[in-house]
Write a protein that binds this ligand. Sequence first.
Ligand SMILES: NC(=O)c1ccc[n+]([C@@H]2O[C@H](COP(=O)([O-])OP(=O)(O)OC[C@H]3O[C@@H](n4cnc5c(N)ncnc54)[C@H](OP(=O)(O)O)[C@@H]3O)[C@@H](O)[C@H]2O)c1
Length: 419
Amino acid sequence: MILQQKKELIIGLFGFGTAGSSLYEALTNIPESGISIKRICIRDGAKVRHAHASLFTTNRNELLQDPEINVIVELTSDPLAAYEIICTALDNGKAVVTAGKKTLADHLPELIERAQATGLPLLYEAACCAGIPIIRNLEEYYANDSLKSLHGIVNGSTNYILSQMTANGLTFADALQQAQVAGFAEEDPTLDIGGEDAANKLTILLAHAWGITGQKPLYCGIDKIHPADAKLAADRGQCIKLVARAQRLPDGKIAAFVLPQFINKQGKIAGIHNEYNAIEVAGSLDTQFFSGRGAGGNPTASAVLSDLQALRYNYYYDYYKLHHGGTLLSGDFYLKVCISYRSLLHVRHEDFVRIDEWISTENRCHISGIIHSSALAGNWWKSGVTSLIVYEDGLAPLLEFEPLLNATPSKTDATHAHQ
Ligand SMILES: NC(=O)c1ccc[n+]([C@@H]2O[C@H](COP(=O)([O-])OP(=O)(O)OC[C@H]3O[C@@H](n4cnc5c(N)ncnc54)[C@H](OP(=O)(O)O)[C@@H]3O)[C@@H](O)[C@H]2O)c1
């Protein structure tokens, strides 16, 4: 990890969209950085670009086989192409910086092994929360801390949509379109709104926080949230945010999920709006709160630039926790959840080990109680006609079993709660 002299970096850049063009501009404005872009590979050779035409090519080999290029920066929107580019770059002796969280989450163990076999750095700070330097902090600052938990908002696009719907009364579709225009959303927005993008980021964070690889957490997005769910939250002085959470259980394993969550409006996470992200890391001695822009060209380019500066000193990730035993994801924990539904036919209420509350109104019903994580593995709650919202602090490692209350939903129009 130590190099006496700063390396000169000659970059082959893949992708010239939101992130790639911001990086290009940043490097143009600091010419003395010791980092220069030699070629840029894009998908569509006919598009007009705000850079000299001679830089661009659609032939990836012009970058991957150029012996002068010593770093590949991968900022495409194509996860499959990204995988091939990263592998070939490492095999051809080039360091890699990428923001491709889906590619990383889908292939992390293999990519870590490949980078180590070639002895080349593979850095990806921009892949998690863009402008928040969370990976380097987990790698370095928390390398020897067994960490109790981490949780927060790790997807700028869904946070933007929820913020705009709440603050400005935008419809879901309009808020999504605004997020896309601003460059916060993925090319395929289903990755954002379905929760997979946040789950991919949590998968990467798990590798650095606890040495967990090869397992993806339970996840769901915001696309099923019903207006009645938002109203229920507001009536209780809460809001709904898409939260990624990982928490150490007494048996040493980690419970992890990405789910919509009720958030107390007075809490720190509730104050994170629009494309901003935040992560709270609870270490063995203290808790830190990181926040910043989690999407957009400049925050993403800022993280890539930081990785490039680190490469000049030959920095690479140690994966200390992975190489010192790591741990496993748990499939054995309880959650306090609220399931929102139209027809009782769509709810497996027998899966609840305890029902705390059952609210029935004309438009929507809500059942709240405790459910085992294994009961959510079947995905019945993702069918499209129900939504699931987890309670704040609704993760319980052990549960005193209480008898299932066989309450039936009220048939009246008025809100009715069973306690
Ligand atoms: N934007 C953000 O806020 C953000 C934040 C963190 C991480 N990221 C990640 O950064 C990466 C880039 O995101 P973005 O928002 O910049 O995407 P984008 O605006 O959609 O731009 C994607 C770029 O990739 C190029 N491309 C697509 N397929 C390609 C291929 N097969 N070969 C070469 N180039 C290809 C496109 O070429 P054309 O221009 O010819 O279409 C375009 O220039 C993604 O992995 C994303 O998840 C983005």
